[in-house]
Design a protein around this ligand. Sequence first.
Ligand code: GUN
Length: 294
Amino acid sequence: MTAEIIDGKVIAAELRGRVAEEVARVKREHNLVPGLAVVLVGNDPASEVYVRSKHTQTQAAGMASFEHKLPADVSQADLLALVAKLNRDPAVHGILVQLPLPKGLNTEAVINAIDPAKDVDGLHPNNAGRLAGGFEALSPCTPLGCIILTKSVHASLEGMNAIVIGRSNLVGRPLVQLLLNENATVTIAHSRSRDLPGLVKKADLVYAAVGKPEMVRGDWLKPGATVIDIGINRIPKEDGKTRLVGDVAYQEAHAVAGAITPVPGGVGQMTVACLLVNTLRAACAIAGLPKPAV
Ligand code: GUN
């Protein structure tokens, strides 16, 4: 058996198309232009690539995009002052501060300063707590994308055994909550878990978000499992360049799984598409409009 390949490129493009239609509608009917502000501190090359992609895709969806680049040695006070200004700006409906922040800045304080209504990353404790409580919330984009990819294979996740490997605030923990909302049975595994291969073997749905290249092996998987690989690891090649690999040994897993996301071309594509969804939803909520159709 070989796995169906879950095409994140196609699914993300379809989602961006639906966002663009709704953006055009709220513009036409309510004169509302959703706006996203992205704050990049310092010049981490990977972060610069992500931020550029967010900017391009936000504009392509018909939304306003505001980019703020600050030097790596910006003071905490100046960064907080920018966040406060964006909180007050009526043209801004979503605020994303690109992580990780350079050393010396207090990430928790910056996240806490974002207006929860504009927190399109879903990282503010108000949103994280609402999600954990089963209430409506802005939820982190990568986990939202993982759920959409899973549902491209399974119409319902009810009663399925899911394992989430990794417990970060940006991915693992919120993904667990979203899976619970879908009525999956969820195991949370991490670096201290015992017998990880044995835990993975029981899972119908495997989510790998550990940041360790090709850690999850093919023979760990239950045959037919759906594998969502959230890892993006750059590893050196002989010619001095790098190649991207996920947290799953793709070739091995592809021979055992029922469906699998490639890296690149899987989850990565979905994160920005879901950021556009969150910005549209935040804009409608702030404007007091009904929820958009996406
Ligand atoms: N860095 C990598 N992914 C993300 C993300 O989804 N949001 C933020 N703020 N920073 C990131």
